[in-house]
Write a protein that binds this ligand. Structure first.
Ligand SMILES: C[S@@+](CC[C@H](N)C(=O)[O-])C[C@H]1O[C@@H](n2cnc3c(N)ncnc32)[C@H](O)[C@@H]1O
Length: 241
């Protein structure tokens, strides 16, 4: 779709063979003319390939700003909003979805944002192979694919092993913020995160372990769809011990 190096790789290592069980669906998605143009123009400057080989020091991405990793930004509207609201934080935004990557780059340019980088591929590979220990100031996973069928539960990104990997890359005191509109997944997240000795629940008491929606989390596209179906939205805030 793009000449080599001029856009995100259609099949980055982090989207291909490293893990047999992946939390995303490989899909061919149509990229609009505007997204394509944004990718061609901005990928060389703000794009980053999850190749499982390069070592990445987040401190160098934004001139020393603290860096939060967002996994699965979708079309990126909420990401752009959060970046605009908090210019003192760099957002490393990872997804495999090419149209969304183009859209987020387009929004970043339109809004003059300099604190967003877009990573192409599987965020698990980024965490496991490319980022140093304790290098992230936070992590956001908003409305991850719920994989509702029982036989697909193993594809859910929140798993005990993933939680410990996330803990290893987060600085002490950093917060892992998850949100979902799928009640059984919310319960599963709460169970897995509560069981981890690497995190403490940062939610105020009296909400059954969930947190009231933090004002800094914008309404996301998937959340809007969930709310339209009458789903209850849950936020989880867990602090790295
Ligand atoms: C249901 S969508 C939610 C998008 C957005 N956060 C929202 O709320 O509108 C989940 C997104 O996570 C991405 N995703 C799932 N697993 C991923 C992984 N391991 N690495 C990067 N992105 C992933 C999918 O491609 C998809 O865009």
């Amino acid at each position: 779709m793009f000449p080599p190096g001029a856009g995100p790789a259609a099949d980055p290592v982090g989207g291909r063979h490293e893990r047999a069980i992946r939390s995303f669906q490989p899909r061919r998605s149509r990229v609009t003319t505007g997204q394509h143009a944004a990718l061609l123009r901005l990928w060389p400057r703000w794009g980053l390939e999850i190749d499982g080989r390069a070592r990445l020091d987040p401190a160098t991405l934004f001139d020393g700003l603290p860096v939060v990793l967002e996994i699965g930004f979708g079309m990126g509207e909420a990401t752009a909003e959060m970046a605009a609201a908090d210019p003192g934080t760099g957002i490393l935004a990872a997804d495999v979805h090419t149209p969304g990557q183009g859209n987020l780059l387009r929004l970043a340019e339109r809004d003059g944002l300099t604190n967003v980088r877009v990573a192409n591929g599987d965020a698990v590979i980024l965490l496991r192979e490319m980022l140093p220990p304790a290098s992230l100031a936070g992590m956001r996973i908003f409305f991850p694919d719920p994989w509702p069928k029982k036989r697909h539960h193993k594809r859910r990104i929140i798993q005990p092993e993933f939680v410990e990997l996330a803990a290893a890359r987060l600085a002490p005191g950093a917060v892992l913020h998850c949100a979902t509109d799928w009640e059984p997944y919310a319960e599963w997240m709460l169970e897995v995160l509560t069981a981890s000795e690497s995190f403490t629940n940062a939610a105020p008491a009296g909400h059954g372990g969930f947190a009231p929606r933090p004002p800094h989390r914008p309404l996301t596209r998937f959340e809007r769809q969930g709310l339209a179906k009458g789903h209850l939205v849950r936020d989880l805030l867990f602090r790295r011990a």
